[in-house]
Design a protein around this ligand. Sequence first.
Ligand SMILES: [Mn+2]
Length: 319
Amino acid sequence: MINNGITVQQTAEYLKNADNILLLCHKNPDGDTLGSAGGLMYALKKLGKVCAVACNDEIPQKYDFLDLDVFSGQFTPEYIVAVDVADTKLLGDKMAEYADKVDLCIDHHPSNTGYATMVCCDGKLPAAAQLVLQVVQAMEVELDVNIANCLYTGLMTDTGCFKYSATTAETHIAAAQLLNAGAAHDFIANRFFMSKSRKTIALEKHALNTLEYYFDDKCAVIELPTDVLTEIGAQPGDIDGISAMPRTIEGVDVGITIRQISESVFKVSVRTNENANANEIAAGLGGGGHTKAAGCEVMGSMESVKNAILREVETALCR
Ligand SMILES: [Mn+2]
């Protein structure tokens, strides 16, 4: 699909010759897109570049410690670089003006559409942060605690604490290099994996009440309608991680989380094990992602969206 791929070395050379760089994250930002953008931001600043990070959504508070320099028009962007963004749709409405202007994309999604002029993508890596680390090293920037904290956050969150199957020995070597550079691994682990906001707990409580099983209990579905999200006062940062819940149930091959975004727009998160392909399921409704974690946005009602995704799940389970 991607015929404009470039190597890590070419990416490093390109960035070394660039300046006034705008780093774009995907909407509903997670630790990998923010950590990858942040790691690159600190590395480019060390090379004397002017750069900043931009995102469709406000950056959730729990990422405050990354201390990202958020773009607010402080310079005129000359180079647009997207990190961890598989498709221009994922940039979000507020970033749509850049959709056809992305010069470089650094990503790890096999579903990357190749929208950027140049794409440095390794679909086998568990996190974009692992690829960004390679780029930073190829630029010959010495790692420091800021770069390390950002990239470690990306690595740790996208690998689910180094548990997911895409984690390799190289991932651990990358993590070790970041620890050597001062990454606050225990602080980051505590913030993202060992503590939850009360709002998250309230959401989980609600979500478990909506739990339903389909297809001989091989598929579990949870729902998060907007009235519940509003009642709880949930911020995007409180919702992360909920989509991992249904797949953790013993015997479940496909976990589905349907979150209402607005009156008729729903975000469907798909999580699978080795018995089904999340990317294929999400692709059936115009989305995409990875083999075990993917998502799509669907118009309709909670019922119609659920029926549509269940048809895709059924097809996948029959394969
Ligand atoms: Mn990622």
